[in-house]
Design a protein around this ligand. Structure first.
Ligand SMILES: [Zn+2]
Ligand SMILES: [Zn+2]
Length: 211
């Protein structure tokens, strides 16, 4: 099998060479292929990453964004905070799919020298180039079957929040606020910090699975 290729700009965007950005890039590429779609230029594909915080595999998400165009900035990447190296991909009219890194592949990577450096607190860009290239090559040379479990979710339902340009000024601080985020306090329309309320949204929406 030919070695999978990742464009150099994706590593530049990510900032360092590590194995998890390429794992995410491969996930995203598979999602495009299996859903039969191209990279999202506008607001097409949505990704629900199952990553959380406090575990370093989050680099995967930059790879997914680079491959699919479903970026955080376009509001197309949400996190479910499950702490898994997995993601759900949804495309309007195409349904969804879930891709998870196989335990066996995670176990295959785990003893690699790369992680010995990482566990000593050494950042990826400080790890010797040949060590990084070697673990990346393991990811790029692996077959799709070796890397991932893939489940098609044709009935997966997802409703993206409707975009709106409507905004108003907070009557306390005077700053513009998008209407969705204005709150009423003492009869005034105010922003969330001026309202002293906690934000009600976590910015993600639990997926609904239908049989
Ligand atoms: Zn990384
Ligand atoms: Zn305010």
């Amino acid at each position: 099998m030919a070695k999978f290729q990742i464009p150099e700009w994706a590593f530049e965007f990510h900032g360092h060479k590590c194995p998890f950005m390429p794992i995410g890039y491969r996930m995203g590429t598979i999602a495009l292929e299996k859903l039969g779609v191209g990279k999202s230029h506008n607001h097409e594909m949505h990704v629900l990453s199952e990553m959380g915080v406090g575990h370093p595999q989050g680099c995967m998400q930059d790879g997914i964004m680079a491959a699919t165009g479903a970026t955080f900035g376009k509001g197309l990447m949400e996190k479910l905070y499950y702490g898994k190296v997995a993601a759900i991909f949804w495309y309007p009219g195409k349904g969804g799919m879930r891709i998870v890194l196989r335990n066996e592949f995670a176990d295959k990577l785990a003893p690699h020298e790369f992680f010995k450096f990482r566990k000593q607190g050494i950042q990826p860009s400080e790890i010797p180039e040949e060590v990084r290239q070697d673990i990346i090559d393991i990811v790029l040379n692996a077959s799709v079957e070796e890397l991932f479990n893939i489940e098609m979710l044709p009935n997966f339902e997802y409703t993206p929040v409707k975009g709106s340009f409507a905004k108003d000024k907070c009557e306390v601080c005077g700053e513009y606020v998008f209407e969705r985020y204005l709150r009423i306090k003492d009869g005034k329309k105010v922003c969330i910090p001026c309202s002293e309320h906690e934000p009600e949204e976590k910015g993600f929406y639990y997926p609904i699975f239908k049989e």
